[in-house]
Design a protein around this ligand. Structure first.
Ligand SMILES: [Zn+2]
Ligand SMILES: [Zn+2]
Length: 227
């Protein structure tokens, strides 16, 4: 028996019906997996589930479905189970989130429904405290903040837009800006300056900041007090 493949890369308004492998499940859990259904997130955080037998609306937060199995028997029906499966598999956004496109790679990602800034996928996002390398200079920095704003909207201390710097010409003006401090500056006395970078100019350094000269990884909130 074959199963139609999921197509998470594209999310047209109408999705074709898909199935999951049975995975040894039985009863409603099995039907939730093997019956062809198409799950579509609605604007209000609920999900429309299109089946061969009709379309029903699932509310995960309220644990409800409009199908007879839930309405008449109060069952945890196959539609609710299917939505839960698709959320877990990241095929549809969880309640409170919506699908967005990563500003760096164009890949699909989920952001809070109300968020209207530029989005990043997990691979291209930088969490505060992350050790990164500047692609232009090779310098190592620690990310200290995400501005959530585009490079053509964020000004540096000199009043210039991040996107207008010639060294940022190769990075998208639509990318969100991150603030970071130079790793070498953390071990010195005096103020630690924060600098602004478009997201893809910073490349995550895998592994730990150990070995050579630099101080140990910090959370970026305070420089070490001793050298
Ligand atoms: Zn149902
Ligand atoms: Zn990405």
């Amino acid at each position: 028996m074959t199963h139609p493949a999921h197509t998470p890369a594209s999310l047209p308004a109408t999705r074709s019906k898909t199935t999951f492998p049975a995975a040894g499940a039985s009863g409603r859990a099995r039907r939730a997996r093997v019956e062809p259904m198409a799950v579509r997130p609605l604007r209000d955080g609920r999900y429309a589930v299109e089946t061969e037998g009709g379309t029903y609306v699932v509310d995960l937060d309220a644990n409800t479905c409009t199908c007879p199995d839930h309405q008449l028997r109060g069952a945890r029906c196959k539609h609710r189970r299917r939505v839960a499966l698709e959320v877990t598999a990241e095929l549809v956004p969880p309640p409170g989130k919506r699908t967005a496109v990563c500003a760096v790679c164009g890949g699909r990602t989920f952001v809070p429904t109300a968020f209207d800034g530029p989005a990043l996928c997990r691979r291209h996002d930088h969490r505060p405290g992350t050790l990164v390398r500047d692609r232009e200079t090779g310098d190592r920095l620690i990310v200290v903040a995400a501005t959530g704003e585009r490079a053509d909207r964020v000004e540096t201390a000199t009043g210039r837009l991040v996107a207008d710097y010639p060294t940022n010409a190769d990075y998208g003006a639509h990318e969100p800006v991150f603030r970071a401090v130079y790793l070498d500056s953390l071990g010195r006395d005096g103020d630690v300056n924060r600098y602004a970078f478009p997201a893809s100019r910073l490349r995550r350094v895998e592994g730990r900041a150990n070995g050579d000269a630099g101080p140990p990884r910090t959370d970026g909130t305070a420089p070490p007090t001793t050298v």
